[in-house]
Ligand binder design. Structure first.
Ligand code: AMO
Length: 433
């Protein structure tokens, strides 16, 4: 099948191109027929453009093809751009060639917005659902978010790394591991790159990774998945205060970049993005418990702040904020206790709009202390031998955090369900599509 190659995205078709020949490619969103004139709305990833076809001014072959178009037929169109006072966006394209490269059957779900389809059905037909313009918007934003994160971290001296996702030992607690049959032995899917990223501070100093993490958690909520993208950093010669500062930069840059780059579409979808200001407020775990008790929610010292607690705190504080100094026993074994008060730790969670977006800490970098911390949690130091090895060879003090990309997307674009911001979600009941 021969067809000309796309020269422009629909969004690039502006009145300034008046008179220029272009090649567009995309899908038929809609056809309007008013007798001797037909209008085809062509959609591609970036938006829409109107094709105007007047009988008698186009070759008969073009007129015939246009008359047989179905919604979602994939087409390649060559035509001349005309600035227009009538077309909605001030520009239209008059085709001279149209190539139908694939026909479409009637879709199993509505993508035009005339009928509301429930999320479950939409996820079942996800690759069709992704044709909806709001979805193309969400995933273009997601790509820009990742770019802003990368730019910020490169700007602060980090390099991107890739660590194994098939691993031999638990990092975040044994109960949540998926097992993998790895030839003659059992291995696990990584819950996070935690131990590797820490080890890498002894050589590469500042590393980040953006990769899937797997948790065999049974709970089925709007903000948990069994596979999610974790943005992880680890920095040598640094503590939790230093890496909170980096996290603030990441969040500010993400909000700023997205609000500028997607100005029009954010307006269209009624999403307001307010870039937060550095530094974010930091409240201690003890202060959080006091605030919650004043709001009528009792949380025992030593327990995690529950979801409704985070919501109450967000109501109180408004902006993104950190909860710092969690009880040491509440955090993973690698978390560094505060020197003069080891009941609490050099740890933090970032909360935005009532949702935990990231968590991190200073880490224990002294081998004996780390072994002790493992023992205290009933873990066998022998199974961490390959990790503990590097602590004999100049392991620097270090700190880092892990952030859930999808959680960030939820609060950024104000989506209630994490599945809305994931292409193909993996939850307790869904491994397909
Ligand atoms: P934690 O377990 O808190 O910390 O995870 C870090 C962040 O990952 C996101 N997250 C999830 N997102 C979707 N579905 C899930 N099931 C899920 N679980 C976690 C959250 C959370 O804040 N190694 C530490 C990080 C560190 O200290 O560097 C860790 O994994 O946004």
């Amino acid at each position: 099948m021969s067809f000309p190659r796309k020269t422009h995205w629909t969004k690039d078709i502006t009145p300034e191109l008046d008179g220029k020949e272009v090649v567009l490619a995309g899908w038929v969103w809609d056809v309007r027929d008013i007798g001797s004139i037909k209008f085809v709305i062509l959609r591609d990833r970036e938006g829409f453009v109107q094709l105007t076809i007047k009988k008698g001014t186009v070759p008969d072959s073009v007129w015939t093809i246009i008359s047989s178009l179905n919604r979602e037929d994939a087409v390649v169109v060559k035509g001349i751009v005309k600035a227009s006072k009538i077309a909605k966006v001030g520009v239209e394209v008059f085709p001279s060639e149209i190539h139908v490269v694939a026909k479409s059957k009637a879709l199993p779900i509505d993508i035009w917005g005339s009928v509301e389809t429930d999320l479950d059905t939409r996820l079942r037909f996800r690759s069709v659902d992704l044709k909806r313009p709001v979805n193309s918007f969400i995933f273009r934003v997601e790509s820009e978010v990742v770019r802003a994160i990368r730019d910020t971290l490169y700007g602060r001296g980090f390099i991107e790394v890739f660590t194994p996702k098939i691993i031999a030992t638990s990092t975040e607690g044994g109960a949540e591991l998926f097992t993998v049959q790895y030839f003659e032995r059992v291995a696990y899917l990584a819950q996070s790159p935690q131990l590797y990223k820490e080890e890498l501070t002894a050589s590469l100093e500042r590393v980040f990774e953006i990769a899937p993490a797997y948790r065999a958690e049974k709970h089925n909520t709007n903000y948990h998945l069994n596979e999610f993208i974790s943005v992880d950093i680890e920095e040598a010669f640094a503590n939790y205060i230093d890496v909170m500062d980096i996290l603030e930069d990441v969040i500010v840059n993400v909000y700023d970049r997205v609000s500028k780059a997607f100005d029009n579409e954010l307006n269209k979808y009624g999403i307001e993005i307010k870039t937060p200001k550095k530094p974010f407020r930091k409240i201690t775990y003890d202060e959080a418990l006091n605030l919650l008790s004043k709001r009528g929610l009792k949380v025992e010292w030593g327990e995690d702040v529950p979801k409704n607690g985070m919501e109450l705190l967000s109501e109180e504080i408004g902006e993104p904020f950190f909860i710092i100094h969690f009880p040491t026993d509440l955090r993973a074994f690698y978390t560094k206790p505060i020197d003069n008060d080891p009941r609490i730790s050099e740890s933090f969670d970032l909360v935005i709009n009532g949702l935990e977006i990231a968590s991190g800490s200073s880490r224990i970098h002294v081998k004996e202390q780390l072994i002790e911390a493992l023992r205290k949690r009933g873990l066998n130091p022998d199974s961490f031998e390959s990790h503990l090895m590097i602590y004999d060879y100049g392991m620097p003090p270090h700190a880092g955090w892990g952030m859930g990309l999808y959680r960030l997307m939820m609060v950024l674009l104000k989506r209630d369900n994490i599945r809305e911001v994931v292409l193909y979600s993996r939850d307790r009941y869904r491994v397909e599509p």
